[in-house]
Design a protein around this ligand. Structure first.
Ligand code: UTP
Length: 474
């Protein structure tokens, strides 16, 4: 070992001892020069004082923070305007939203840095084939949507894609080999989020192997920092983008550019806004929109006390009925301000199976603690925030699991059901079985229709649909 590395090793050893993380150098004697330098460089990047705080506040604390203050249900814009005044506002919002899209002021932003462990797919989730007839991947569906919207509004809608160090290279390769799905490469900006070390439940940073720390992507909340640090915000500024349409990679039904949502957000001068659905029941696993001490917060289902989750209005509906579906409009200037002001989002703790090595250097997969940030924790930091209700079958098909609830199977079914409902709303007949379920498979390409309003103009291109047919409208 040269004198410089020896000195660095001694210094780091002392610092680690002070922070009770000495085990990170346990296999030092077994490492070659390159491995040693890599390990030292990873350790030097750790903010150990901050990590001491995380260990005390999050890693060793199994339960989440108590909810502070009184919680009230959040006000929201319903699906349909409630009176004539609101009807006029919705109409004005649609016009404004269309105008902003046409001006190139709205960008698409998908967070695709997750590990997708529940789906169990080998590769970035965006590469999962999902569409019911053509088996298009999630990335392809979004790309076709963006291309169709750019055409409809005669503009260029740029697309920002957040990956993680675990899937960035593979994601870039997928885009390259698919020729960016027909989009111009310069309008697709792929970047990566940060990571946070994984911990043992007693607060030790885990080693992935003898020469590398174990870490995980820092959660979708990491997107707000990563947008800034990657230069995506600068790229948006250069293009004149003011609004970021945020969505998750696992929702094939996403309506990326919704003029009503964008327009209401802009009219109300909001900084970060959200779409909501009416929850299926008190304990549905979605975030709850609540006012806490007058500020809008999204409170995780696991953190909402049972009494509040079950509370009902006089008409029997849930008092806290609005569920978050991870669709937001975020002002570019808001994301920038958070970063220049120096902000941090709270960490959330999850006990997960994490592959790492034990004290003997053997690979094991028991539970470790993963810490992550959630993007919706930025909502209370916004000076103004609105919520717009949406219909679940129109816009939310979470693809989390391979089978069962929120799975590939339910998402495909929902894609067919939405296509059928668009055709029916244009007066067409869709074959049904005696039990009312749809008796055919339909896929509508985004280039054919971005919403049901586009169907009416294409009636002459739609064939008659018979039971058992597979129909692809393009
Ligand atoms: P999920 O919470 O479903 O997590 O992410 P996941 O990692 O994809 O899946 P599981 O829990 O391991 O099965 C919701 C969205 O947030 C993105 C995901 O890619 C998905 O679009 N995400 C999540 C990130 O971009 N980065 C993260 O660190 C976590």
């Amino acid at each position: 070992m040269d004198v410089g590395t020896q000195q660095m090793y001694e210094d780091i050893k002392n610092v680690l001892k002070k922070h009770r993380q000495s085990h990170l150098l346990a296999f030092w004697d077994q490492l070659d020069t390159v491995q040693r330098q890599r390990l030292l460089s990873q350790i030097r990047q750790l903010d150990l004082a901050k990590i001491d705080g995380w260990v005390a506040d999050y890693v060793k604390k199994p339960s989440s923070d108590a909810i502070r203050g009184d919680l009230l249900p959040a006000p929201f814009y319903s699906l349909r305007p409630s009176d004539n005044k609101q009807k006029r506002k919705y109409a004005e919002a649609v016009k404004l939203g269309q105008h902003l899209i046409r001006q190139g002021k709205v960008a698409a932003f998908v967070v695709a840095g997750g590990q997708g462990t529940r789906l169990g797919f080998d590769g970035p989730k965006g590469d999962f084939p999902i569409s019911p007839v053509k088996n298009k991947t999630l990335f392809q569906i979004f790309a076709e949507y963006i291309a169709a919207a750019s055409k409809k509004y005669n503009t260029v809608c740029p697309w920002y894609i957040m990956t993680s160090p675990l899937n960035r290279a593979r994601t870039e390769e997928i885009f390259r080999s698919n020729n960016y799905y027909g989009l111009d490469e310069k309008d697709v900006f792929i970047f990566q989020q940060g990571t946070i070390p994984n911990f043992s439940p007693d607060g030790k940073v885990l080693l992935a192997d003898k020469a590398n720390l174990s870490s995980s992507p820092d959660g979708h909340g990491g997107s707000l920092k990563a947008l800034y640090q990657s230069g995506a915000i600068d790229d948006m500024k250069r293009r004149g983008v003011e609004f970021i349409s945020y969505f998750q990679v696992d929702n094939p039904l996403i309506n990326i550019f919704d003029p009503l949502f964008i327009g209401l957000h802009a009219l109300d001068k909001a900084e970060m806004s959200s779409r909501a659905v009416i929850k299926t029941g008190p304990y549905e696993k979605v975030g709850n929109f609540c006012l806490a001490d007058g500020r809008l917060n999204i409170i995780e289902y696991s953190d909402l006390p049972d009494e509040l989750a079950e509370r009902q209005n006089p008409d029997g509906s849930l008092t806290f009925k609005l569920g978050s579906i991870a669709i937001h409009i975020i002002n570019r200037a808001f994301a920038e301000r958070l970063n220049t002001d120096g902000f941090s989002l709270p960490l959330h703790r999850a006990l997960k199976k994490i592959l790492h090595i034990d004290e003997h250097g053997e690979p094991v997969e028991p539970n470790g603690v993963k810490l992550e940030t959630f993007v919706f924790d930025a909502v209370p930091l916004a000076s103004k925030s609105i919520i717009l209700e949406t219909l679940r079958p129109e816009e939310f098909a979470p693809t989390k699991n391979a089978a069962g609830v929120d799975s590939v199977v339910t998402a495909r079914k929902m894609m067919v059901a939405r296509a059928a409902s668009w055709l029916e709303s244009a007066g067409l007949t869709v074959p049904k079985k005696p039990d009312g379920s749809i008796d055919c498979v339909i896929e509508i390409a985004p280039g054919f229709a971005l919403g049901k309003e586009d169907i009416k103009e294409k009636l002459n291109q739609i064939p008659q649909i018979n039971p058992d047919d597979e129909i692809y409208l393009t």
